[in-house]
Design a protein around this ligand. Structure first.
Ligand code: NAP
Length: 347
């Protein structure tokens, strides 16, 4: 694709997801993170003093000395990534869209708004068409686009190639990494050597977000697949793993299911977007893969890995799926959304 140099900003730049945005954007071929914003606790400080850096890669030098701004419209670049806390993301993101900004959000607040695309570029790039109606209905010169919850993105990506077989019912059980709870997240005494069989709101999000993503008319007609999700927190640092059993309208051949996943492509792969993993889904043949420690970083963290695709004696087919929750499930997902919008002339 053509060379680009686009100035962008990050709302919630000091948080866990914000730090992943700053790190990934600092080595991005198109985007230059020149404007960083957070709460009034951080406003006016140098980024190095405001952001308690949690990533293994060092803080980018250019970011370290930037002054952190308040999250108010004024002098920010047009494209803004949001890693804001959900307690404030709703209002702040709307204010920036009203002021003409393209807000590419990772927060949950606007995901289920029928006028806001809930986007996985490989799966439902056509849902971006909703933006025109969003602008007309809300009177915003800007726009808001969201990415799914970190476990939803893995499930919906794995199910997307199987829509052709007629998805009917799905039972999914997750084993979710502690990084998905942010920092400091789950207390160590609760999670070391343990499993916590509850993540607030997560099961509902996996069910409703997946139906919207796989749905039609920009997600306003949810897919009819019925989903039962069990969500669990496990002592893994990065990478959400899930076991999935699927019932179809008519039983497909397991080999056809594997082939559909293996050959799955979308707009990001066709356009050669910088963050597009290729393949979009890696189907692993080893009987003990995917594993989060070994496989979460595949495709620079953007690949959804699938393994153990086999017949299910209760439903039709079952498999394991795994993806990097903070990359494919958060910052990397939003950056791919923005790449698609730029490539499609929407940002
Ligand atoms: N962690 C994950 O893996 C993950 C995955 C998917 C989705 N998410 C979602 O992503 C969002 C961020 O998560 P996180 O784990 O990065 O949270 P976090 O570490 O707590 O960071 C929250 C960010 O929001 C800012 N903020 C808080 N209150 C604010 C206010 N009143 N005004 C302006 N900014 C404010 C914070 O700024 P200060 O530093 O100045 O307080 C910080 O930059 C959440 O909506 C979360 O649900 C997280």
């Amino acid at each position: 694709m053509a060379e680009r140099s686009i100035e962008v900003g990050v709302l919630g730049a000091t948080g866990v997801v914000g730090q992943h945005f700053v790190s990934r954007l600092s080595r991005h071929p198109w985007f230059r993170p020149v404007w960083l914003a957070a709460s009034e606790r951080s406003e006016g400080k140098a980024y190095a003093d405001a952001a308690p850096w949690r990533l293994a890669a060092p803080m980018p030098k250019a970011a370290a000395t930037r002054t952190v701004h308040a999250c108010v419209p004024g002098n920010a670049p047009t494209i803004l990534f949001s890693g804001l806390d959900a307690s404030v993301a709703g209002e702040v993101e709307s204010a920036f869209a009203a002021a003409g900004h393209i807000v590419v959000s990772n927060a949950r607040n606007h995901r289920m708004d029928p006028l806001v695309p809930l986007l996985i570029p490989e799966v439902n790039a056509d849902h971006l068409a909703v933006i025109a109606e969003q602008r007309a209905a809300k009177g915003w010169p800007g726009a808001i686009v969201t990415n799914p919850n970190c476990s939803t993105v893995v499930l919906a990506s794995a199910l997307a190639p199987l829509r052709r077989f007629g998805l009917s019912r799905v039972v999914v059980s997750t084993m979710q990494a502690v990084s998905g709870a942010g920092y400091p997240g789950v207390p160590s005494l609760d999670i070391l050597g343990n499993i916590v069989p509850f993540i607030g709101g997560e099961e509902e999000k996996m069910q409703s977000e997946t139906q919207k993503i796989l749905g039609s008319d920009g997600g306003r007609v949810p897919h009819q697949v019925r989903i039962s999700a069990h969500t669990n927190r496990v002592p893994v640092i990065d990478g959400h793993t899930m076991t999935v059993s699927v019932e179809f309208d008519a039983a497909p051949d397991v080999a056809a299911v594997i082939e559909a996943m293996r050959t799955f492509r979308g707009r990001p792969q066709d356009l050669g977007l910088p963050s597009a993993p290729d393949p979009a889904i890696e189907v692993m043949s080893e009987p003990n893969r995917p594993q989060p420690r070994l496989d979460a970083d595949r495709g620079d963290g953007m690949t959804v890995c699938v393994g153990r695709v086999r017949p299910c004696p209760v439903f039709h087919v079952k498999f394991v799926a795994m993806g990097h929750n903070v990359v494919r499930g958060a910052a990397g997902a939003a950056i791919l959304n923005a790449e698609l919008m730029v490539a499609e002339g929407l940002a």
